[in-house]
Design a protein around this ligand. Structure first.
Ligand code: PMV
Length: 340
């Protein structure tokens, strides 16, 4: 029997991925940029076992058995097995059944990038199991687009690429986490219920019905990516915050421009963004940036020096939200391996 365990954290996009040009290969219509969080709070942990004694393959997520028929899971497994079969010594092991056991230590499918951590973890564990050495970001992308960014630590860009086979649609590090060690992220859990529409449903509907999404992908994001890379490289927090908030708002504007609309933010989300604007105005410069994924929960980017003040404001104004402070990850994904 061979056993591999991997832990992978979530990433929070500051330039959002929204919309695919190829559903099967998961190729996006625009580049995106994110930071990968530490392993302390929001992680997926996956253990994979394979043995000649297993009569069938099984998959559990948070203790609940899942179908192994999911297209994305099948694509990841097939692709890894195809790469692994290039090594003749893998032939026997590739015939063994597997058991996958995955869990998240934070709400699943609540718009908190659980699938990003989950698939980054799954492909890293599988690649280790079969000894596959390749760019794992392209493999993780086949499970969930944003997962490709969780393969790396620090500031990461997912390049949309232009090859029809997706070979250049990969993630690359812009800067490691040590580049901006004062950067912190506060995750405010407004509601931990599953989101109303999955990202897949939402973005496919947006591509089919929104006019604004075309303008965003062609005219807005390319310029924004250049500006964001520059803001990160020069550690210009004011600019970084401005682009992050504008991009989150444009993504949600597209969700509303979708027909029927996808409403992800709620009244508390809007009240949080109002509070951040008031705080920044009071300080005379952007000190905090909010960003919202496909759900009502807020992620705040801020420097260490602001954390205590902002946390006390949140506790005062939004006592029912769960706020967690985190930092960026700088170490490779954790792997534990064993065999008998
Ligand atoms: O990777 P998916 O299919 O869960 O899509 C993620 C989409 C957003 O979280 C809204 C944006 C992003 O870039 O992470």
């Amino acid at each position: 029997m061979k056993v591999v365990t991997c832990i992978a954290p979530v990433n929070i996009a500051v330039i959002k991925y929204w919309g695919k040009r190829d559903e099967d290969l998961i190729l996006p219509i625009n580049d995106s940029i994110s930071a990968t969080l530490s392993m302390d709070h929001m992680c997926a942990k996956t253990t994979i076992m394979c043995s000649p004694d297993f009569e069938d393959s099984k998959f559990w997520l948070n203790g609940v058995e899942q179908s192994l028929e999911s297209k994305r899971l099948v694509n990841c497994l097939q692709e890894i097995k195809r790469l692994a079969s290039a090594e003749p010594s893998n032939a026997e092991m590739l015939r063994w059944n597997i058991r996958i056991c995955s869990e998240n230590n934070f709400p699943t499918a609540a718009g908190l990038a659980s699938s990003a951590a989950g698939y980054a973890c799954l492909v890293t564990a599988l690649a280790n199991l079969y000894g596959v050495k390749t760019d794992l970001s392209a493999l993780a992308r086949r499970g969930s687009g944003s997962a490709c960014r969780s393969i790396y630590g620090g500031w990461v860009q997912w390049h949309m690429g232009c090859n029809p086979d997706g070979s250049d649609s990969i993630a690359r590090v812009i800067e490691p986490s040590i580049h901006w060690p004062e950067m912190r992220i506060l995750v405010l859990v407004v509601n931990d219920a599953r989101k109303k529409y999955s990202s897949t449903t939402g973005m496919n509907r947006s591509v089919a019905t929104s006019d604004l999404i075309k303008h965003r992908a062609c005219n807005v994001v390319p310029k924004r990516v250049t500006e964001m890379r520059e803001a990160i490289k020069t550690k210009d927090f004011n600019k970084f915050a401005e682009i992050t908030m504008k991009d989150s708002n444009q993504f949600h504007a597209i969700a509303l421009d979708t027909h029927p609309p996808c409403v992800y933010m709620n009244d508390t989300s809007h009240a949080i963004s109002d509070m951040i604007h008031a705080y920044n105005e009071h300080k005379g410069v952007n000190k905090v940036a909010y960003t919202f994924d496909a759900g009502p929960n807020a992620c705040l980017y801020l420097l260490e020096s602001e954390v205590a003040e902002v946390l006390s404001l949140i506790n005062e104004c939004f006592p029912s939200t769960v706020a967690k402070s985190d930092y960026l990850r700088g170490i490779p994904l954790n792997i534990e391996k064993s065999s008998d």
